[in-house]
Design a binder for this molecule. Sequence first.
Ligand code: SAM
Length: 291
Amino acid sequence: MSLFSSATGGHLKAELKDLTDEDFDLFRRLIYEQSGISLNDTKKELLRTRLRSRLIREGYRSYREYYSFIKKDQTGNAIVPLLDDISTNLTSFFREINHFSFLDTVIPKMIAEKEKKRDSTFRIWSAGCSSGEEVYSLLFTMQAHLKNKKPEWNLKMLATDISTDILQKASNGLYDVKRVDAVPPYMVKKYFVKELGPKGREMMRIKPEYRQIVTFRRFNLMTENFPFKHQFDYIFCRNVMIYFDKPTQEVLVSKYHKLLKPNGYLFIGHSESLTGLNHSFRYAQPTIYQK
Ligand SMILES: C[S@@+](CC[C@H](N)C(=O)[O-])C[C@H]1O[C@@H](n2cnc3c(N)ncnc32)[C@H](O)[C@@H]1O
C-alpha cells in the first residue's frame, strides 16, 4: 500500500491508476468465487466507482495493488470491505406488500397446525436482510398474529447478510423518519421510539425488546455447508439471487428446500423466478414457493 503520493490545492491526494479490463476480470472472478455475485461486462464502471474513493483514502496506487492485498490475506477479513462496497442494499419496510398479505392468510393456518402438534415455535429466516427493514416487517407481522395467544409463542428470527456494515445498521434498528412512512401508524407507535440521530435529525429506532428477538449474523450464502440445526417455517430471500448466475441459484434453492419444514415457504423477489431452475418446490403464487 502506498502513502499519499501528491499534494493538490492543500489536500493530500493519492494517484490511483485506472481500472483496466484485466483488473476488472480479476476482481469479478474473485467476487464471484467469494460471494456468488456475478458481474457482467457492463458492471466495470460500477466496480470502478464503488471502490475508487475508498482506495484513494486508504492510499492504494492501483486497483491491482488492492487486488493483490486481498489475495495475499490469510485471515479472510480483507475481502469484507470489497463485498460491502459492491453489494446493493436497496430495501424498505413492507417492500413487495403482497408477500405480507399472503402471510396474513397463511399464518393463522400455520398456527392451527402447530397447535395440533403442540409446537409453539416459529423459525423464520431473512437471508440477505440488508439494513433490517425486511426482518422487522416480518417481526411486526408475526407479532400481530401471535400477540394474544396463550401459551406464549417462541419466535426465532434469523437475519443474515454478507455485508458487515449493513448488518450493523440492521441490528442498530435506527431509521430516517421518511423510511418509516410505509409502516402503519399503530405499528410505528408500538415498535418504534423517536430519537435524535446524527446532526440532531429526528430518527426512529426499533425498541430494544423487539430488536433482541432477531439474531443478526454475517453469513455468506455461498458457504458450502449451511450450519443451521433446525428447519425454518419460511425463508425470505428476496432480491439477492438476482445477482447470482443460474447454477449458483439452483444450488442455493435446493439448500433452502432442505432447510424448510414440510409445507414451509420460500419467498423470492418480484423480479426473480425459479422458472428454468431444477427445483423441488410447489408453486404457490408468483414469487412464493412451498415445500
Ligand atoms: C438488494 S438487498 C435485498 C434486501 C431485502 N432482502 C429486500 O428484498 O428488500 C440484497 C442483499 O443481499 C446481500 N448479499 C449479496 N450477496 C450475498 C451473499 N453471497 N451472501 C449473503 N448476502 C448477500 C447484500 O449484501 C444485500 O444486503
